[in-house]
Design a protein around this ligand. Structure first.
Ligand SMILES: Nc1ncnc2c1ncn2[C@@H]1O[C@H](COP(=O)(O)OP(=O)(O)OP(=O)(O)O)[C@@H](O)[C@H]1O
Length: 342
């Protein structure tokens, strides 16, 4: 990979009275049982990741797998016990507290599960707050806040207080606030977990829409694989503080690296995740096709047409014929016999 905006190498965060000593004694490479014996909890263990500019990177794992700890480390809120974090190629550990604060204020935006809005401030006041902290003049910060409020569809509600808004609206305020300073890196830590499923879906669409407009680098945390597959370019699956696998949703479903990832992705909605590329079969001679689908099209978008057709569909990329998708290949992959997958 070329030039990640954010990278970490062998990042560990250990807790317990003997954590520092454990690292000093060079025991990190020891068996996991050594941690328990020393009474040390590893919230993250040897995590190495590279996050590319402009991608939506999802950190996934069950409760206690180390997601929040990792995000706190990546955003410079918590120093790792061992390992390195690089933001735009600069080691966070080499920065002063003042520099870290400046980076967090100007280049990073954060959205949390519990909206963390200031109850005594209006919507306008909440969204403008990060700019007030930066010391920007009132007219400038209010103009920018109004822009953000429009962006998230809350026009007309500038004067309301958080208690006068629904959960979804409050989270829109949180989103507007996190974008007010124009961050390069946008962290969203389980932002929609407190919302009911319909609103949650709506908010996922909102993130997709905003990402289409703003093209930020997004680091999104969730414990919900469905949510991850809807918004992610790449997903890291964490377990017990370690990385199990990093890949696109399609890669995780088709080529799980561990039994854990296999179990995690077993019930994933394959038709919504896998693309025509995954069901590619060689094109028969003659080129008699029922139609054409793009290699990147999700199976769900063409399954019905392929199912009904008597002839295969051509799969193309940039005008080039890659192969075909036919009924049998599609059903094979959808029900889990991925042997023919690319
Ligand atoms: N300050 C702390 N002191 C001791 N142990 C901690 C501390 N913070 C986190 N841990 C432990 O580290 C592990 C990872 O916690 P973390 O909060 O990062 O997980 P998570 O995946 O974000 O979980 P959740 O989804 O429940 O928020 C857990 O076992 C947790 O108990």
């Amino acid at each position: 990979m070329s030039h990640p905006i954010l990278a970490c190498r062998d990042v560990c965060k250990l807790y317990g009275p003997r954590a520092e000593r454990f690292v000093r004694d060079g025991k990190l490479a020891a068996e996991p049982s050594a941690l328990a014996e020393a009474g040390v909890t590893a919230a993250t263990l040897n995590v190495s990741l590279e996050i590319e500019r402009g991608e939506t990177f999802v950190i996934m794992g069950l409760s206690g797998s180390g997601k929040s700890t990792l995000v706190r480390i990546l955003s410079g809120l918590t120093p790792p016990t061992a390992g390195v974090v690089l933001f735009e190629d600069r080691d966070l550990a080499s920065m002063s507290e003042h520099e870290l604060i400046q980076i967090r204020r100007h280049q990073m935006g954060m959205v949390f599960q519990h909206f963390a809005l200031l109850p005594h401030l209006t919507v306008l006041g909440n969204v403008a707050f990060p700019l007030e902290i930066q010391g920007r003049p009132r007219t400038e910060r209010e103009a920018r806040a109004r822009e953000m409020i429009t962006l998230v569809g809350l026009d007309g509600r500038e004067g309301r207080f958080p208690r006068e808004l629904s959960g979804g609206q409050q989270q829109r305020v949180g989103i507007a606030r996190s974008l007010a300073a124009g961050p390069d890196l946008w962290f969203l830590d389980e932002p929609f977990s407190a919302l009911d499923p319909l609103i949650r879906r709506e908010m996922q669409d909102e993130v997709l829409r905003l990402q289409g407009l703003l093209k930020k680098t997004i680091v999104f945390i969730t414990h919900d694989f469905d949510e991850a597959t809807r918004i992610a370019d790449r997903i890291v699956i964490m377990k017990d503080g370690r990385v199990e696998q990093v890949g696109s949703a399609e890669e995780l479903v088709l080529k799980p690296a561990t039994d854990y990832v296999r179990a995690f992705t077993r019930d994933a909605p394959r038709a919504k995740i896998l693309t025509a590329r995954a069901v590619l079969a060689p094109a028969p001679p003659g080129g008699d096709f029922a139609g054409e689908v793009a290699a990147t099209a999700r199976i769900a978008s063409f399954a019905r047409d392929v199912e009904r057709a008597t002839k295969p569909f051509a799969v193309t990329e940039g005008g080039k014929l890659l192969g075909v998708v036919d009924r049998l290949a599609m059903i094979d992959v959808l029900v889990g016999h991925a042997d023919r997958a690319a």
